[in-house]
Design a protein around this ligand. Structure first.
Ligand SMILES: Nc1nc2c(ncn2[C@@H]2O[C@H](COP(=O)(O)OP(=O)(O)OP(=O)(O)O)[C@@H](O)[C@H]2O)c(=O)[nH]1
Ligand SMILES: [Mg+2]
Length: 714
């Protein structure tokens, strides 16, 4: 059984410890400027940085008010995230480890806000011409628009526009306060320490959250370096774009914690999202948390009954044996929190002898252990993908150096000629391989890009490609609701547009992206594999070079990382923001939406005038025309997406991957070279200091040994 510390995910302390030992070694040897020392230190720093960048992500998901923020607070041991009644989380809030609490808020640029605002306004204006126009920076115009919105309670016919109304209202209400934070470009504002809780005010109200683009918290209570946990919006939030954001974050996450409230159980929206997640291939990555509301359950039997219901529903979504934990997040939070309000104090006392509280506490403990283990596993997986190999090579270089020192210290004379010829050999060997690696990467790049082209073409083919088959299915199924008697064609056409837009957006989220994301991931991993196969021999060559030296030094016995145990070289496709399919019918590209609407409207009006029997045919003809318009609109969207996916994501990702590989190879090769040449200069100086050196070297080796044990794949 590994001891407790080796369970830990803290790969950073041993790396940092090793770095500081290098420092000590340098002081002792008085060769601070030696190139190989600098190289090793830099390489260790790089390994740390890269490990940090390759974030392990955890998403906390669930329905509105299921207790996601409460659970995260319980994990952090303090009320850091806003929780309570009403929809309180309106943006994905990311949390990373920091020395002190810090909140970084990224505000929208003025122009982005303005575009979004005018688009929503245009949308409403087209259904009601009495709506005043409004420039956001004009206080009087804001006043009158707000007044107009207040005066017009959402009628049945206009209820479709609730999203725009809510958005406009939020902008108008919050503008004068937010303007101080907005600028011509995106602006990041940081609050530290006590002040960091100010961020809560920006998340809890739409009239503030609407101005934010991103929110990152640094918290000392989140103890896992190199990982990120995110509090997501409720998946049944009335704003459909929230779901898009949640789905996007979830698809990039390594672990998902799905919170289900015992009070509510599984709702339709849960079923919907869970099925999507299942299709996205994320089933194994999900841990369920049944958040027990202790006020609702008097005894264990009641809890058992609820659990049975929830498990049955989960089975329907595809989980035959879901991995779940059951505890009261609020109870645990109150137990961990340092300062309680009188009400919280009372609540805690009230729950003290609750029959379920012991079970909850036990489950919490195993939940934390599980989280710990999964994170550790994920992080070593990340490490295996490239970084592990890098650390291993570094280790070998350092061990080689240490071994050499030891050999030299105990030897009486040194065979200089042998070392000199080795040095020359090394130089030639490395130059030759670097040249070849460059050719391989250059030639390969064309081939790999072509492979991507084929893959993309198959996805986007007009006949039988995944994208268009799905869109065609949508268009075939689209059926606009029948107009009521005495409808106004003007309003009716707007309602249809809005109806089609909502349905399309849902379809994009539920169908298209769900089927595309795994395909794109597959393409990425195919490319990664091809690239890995091509470059592996070059890294093998580097290893072989080092082995030559091991052979040269007959003394070396204890090779901790013998090559037969090396994991396969495995470079990962770089982390680039994924590009999901969106449509101009969505809220995000308002100019096109606006012009489309104006055009669509005038067309509807013409149609209305031409028809002899308008009431009857209007519905059918509009349906057909809307379909045609949609198809045109989608044509543009699909093309746009296809280009973005190819150039901005897959091609640029491949280029980045190849660049990283070349840089890493060069780094390692330079290291190989520098180590030997400057070592030779130093060797003679060292003999006199052998007494001091020997214990330090032993300590050094011991530390590396520990690091290797922690990093080793099981
Ligand atoms: N009685 C009881 N209340 C709880 C429990 N967990 C959470 N709550 C309360 O439920 C309310 C909602 O919790 P939140 O953590 O804000 O829920 P959420 O899922 O983050 O909600 P949104 O972010 O708005 O989607 C808060 O007032 C919590 O104190 C629980 O185990 N028992
Ligand atoms: Mg919340």
């Amino acid at each position: 059984m590994p001891d407790d510390s080796s369970l830990g995910i803290d790969l950073f302390p041993p790396l940092a410890e090793t770095r500081s030992q290098l420092e000590k070694l340098a002081e002792l040897l008085q060769w601070k400027d030696a190139p190989q020392l600098r190289h090793w230190q830099e390489a260790l720093q790089h390994a740390e940085d890269r490990l940090q960048q390759a974030k392990v992500r955890i998403a906390v998901l669930g329905a509105v008010k299921s207790g996601k923020s409460t659970l995260l607070n319980a994990v952090l041991g303090a009320d850091r995230l806003r929780r309570g009644a009403g929809i309180l989380t309106s943006i994905v809030t990311r949390i990373q480890l920091g020395k002190i609490s810090r909140a970084h808020l990224r505000f929208k640029s003025k122009s982005l806000l303005d575009r979004q605002f005018q688009a929503a306004l245009a949308f409403l204006q087209s259904s009601d011409s009495s709506l005043p126009s409004c420039k956001l920076d004009q206080a009087s115009e804001r006043q009158s628009l707000l007044h107009w919105l207040d005066e017009q309670p959402a009628e049945e016919d206009t209820s479709h526009f609730s999203e725009e109304r809510a958005f406009l209202r939020a902008c108008l209400v919050g503008y004068s306060e937010a303007i101080g934070y907005l600028n011509n470009s995106t602006q990041v504002r940081t609050w530290s320490g006590e002040e960091s809780c100010h961020h809560q005010a920006w998340v809890e109200q739409d009239s503030r959250a609407v101005f934010l683009e991103d929110l990152l918290l640094e918290e000392p209570g989140w103890t896992w370096q190199g990982t990120e946990i995110a509090d997501c919006q409720g998946i049944d939030s009335p704003n459909p774009l929230h779901l898009v954001q949640v789905q996007e974050y979830a698809s990039r996450s390594n672990l998902l914690i799905y919170v289900i409230s015992s009070r509510i159980g599984i709702r339709q929206a849960d079923v919907h999202l869970l099925r999507n997640l299942y299709q996205l291939g994320l089933a194994d990555q999900i841990i369920f948390v049944i958040n027990l509301d202790l006020n609702e359950h008097e005894e264990q039997a009641d809890v058992d009954r609820i659990t049975e219901h929830i498990l049955r529903d989960l089975r329907r979504c595809g989980w035959q044996q879901p991995h779940y934990f059951m505890f009261s997040a609020l109870h645990l939070l109150l137990q961990r929190k340092l300062e309680l309000t009188t009400r919280e104090q009372k609540q805690l006392e009230f729950w003290q002898d609750h029959p379920v509280s012991q079970m909850s506490a036990n489950a919490w403990k195993t939940f934390q252990e599980e989280l710990h283990m999964r994170l550790a596993h994920q992080q070593s997986q990340t490490l295996l993908a490239g970084e592990w190999r890098h650390c291993q090579r570094l280790h070998r270089q350092v061990s080689e150096f240490v071994e050499r020192l030891q050999t030299t210290l105990s030897a009486e004379t040194l065979d200089w000629e042998e070392w000199q010829s080795e040095l020359q050999h090394r130089q030639r060997y490395l130059n030759y391989h670097e040249q070849n690696l460059r050719y391989t990467l250059k030639g390969g790049e064309q081939q790999w890009k072509q492979h991507i082209d084929y893959g993309i073409r198959a996805l986007f083919e007009r006949q039988g490609g995944k994208v268009w088959s799905s869109l065609d299915r949508f268009l075939r199924q689209l059926e606009l609701t029948q107009p009521k008697d005495n409808f106004s064609p003007n309003i009716q056409s707007m309602l249809w547009v809005q109806e089609a837009r909502e349905k399309l957006l849902r379809w994009v989220v539920d169908e298209i992206n769900v089927s595309l994301l795994p395909e794109i991931a597959r393409l990425c991993s195919e490319i990664t594999m091809l690239v890995n196969q091509a470059v592996e021999p070059f890294f093998e060559a580097l290893d072989e070079l080092q082995h030559r030296e091991y052979k040269l030094q007959s003394k070396l016995q204890n090779d901790l990382v013998s090559s037969s145990e090396n994991p396969k070289v495995y470079w990962q496709f770089p982390e680039i923001e994924p590009i999901s399919f969106t449509t101009t019918m969505a809220f995000q590209t308002p100019e096109q939406l606006r012009s489309w609407l104006l055009y669509g409207q005038s067309w509807f009006r013409t149609l209305w005038r031409k028809e002899r029997n308008p009431q009857m045919d209007f519905h059918q003809q509009s349906q057909r025309e809307l379909e045609r318009q949609l198809r045109e609109n989608l044509d543009f969207d699909v093309l746009n997406y296809q280009e973005n996916l190819k150039y901005r994501y897959l091609w640029s990702g491949t280029e980045q991957l190849l660049e990283t590989i070349l840089v890493c190879w060069q780094e390692a090769a330079r290291g190989c070279q520098a180590d030997l040449s400057s070592l030779l200069e130093q060797l003679e100086k060292l003999r006199s200091e052998r007494k001091q050196l020997i214990p330090l070297l032993a300590q050094w080796q011991n530390n590396w040994g520990k690091l290797v044990v922690r990093l080793s794949p099981e």
